[in-house]
Design a protein around this ligand. Structure first.
Ligand SMILES: [Fe+2]
Ligand SMILES: [Fe+2]
Length: 165
């Protein structure tokens, strides 16, 4: 009886996970397929992960967590996909431009690029502009989706950095 209940619960959770994954992609596919967004594939980010894959990872976890907590999962996913749309290789950025504060300046750059391409709501703006907290000490999120992104971004970054090639 308990075993059957466990199997039933496991299958149900697997079904929900699959459905949420499909619904996640529906919410972000216009962004994910945009030619400017696709340019992020050219830029290495953490370890062997490029910027596009990192943004996709953050968007995915944002969607799952925000949906679980009944927050705005669509906005969190879409902004997650755009949060690092700064469009340069940050490893060589300081030497090329003299900007030694990429960690603090790139959210603004990503937001400027993103707002030219997509209509962003206030939650999406918050997620993009404040995802680097606590690096950007006094520039912290105002929304729950923004706070979740400060965690998913670091979680994904840590996993990507520690993953072997
Ligand atoms: Fe970032
Ligand atoms: Fe990031």
């Amino acid at each position: 009886m308990i075993r059957e209940l466990r199997i039933h619960t496991f299958r149900r959770l697997k079904g929900i996970r699959r459905r949420w994954r499909d619904e996640f992609y529906e919410e972000i596919k216009d962004i994910a397929k945009h030619p400017v967004v696709l340019r992020m594939k050219k830029y290495p980010h953490h370890g062997s992960t490029n910027c596009y894959q990192h943004c996709m990872n953050v968007a995915y976890y944002n969607y799952q967590w925000c949906r679980f907590f009944h927050l705005n999962a669509r906005a969190a996913a879409r902004a997650g996909m755009l949060h690092d749309l700064f469009l340069y290789d940050w490893h060589t950025h300081a030497a090329r431009t003299g900007d030694y504060f990429h960690g603090m300046t790139h959210p603004e750059q990503a937001y400027k690029n993103a707002e030219k391409l997509f209509k962003l709501n206030s939650t999406e703006k918050d997620v993009i502009l404040h995802h680097m907290w606590p690096v950007t000490l006094f520039s912290f999120p105002r929304t729950k989706e923004g706070w979740i992104t400060t965690i998913t971004d670091k979680y994904c970054g840590a996993c990507e950095t520690s993953r072997r090639k």
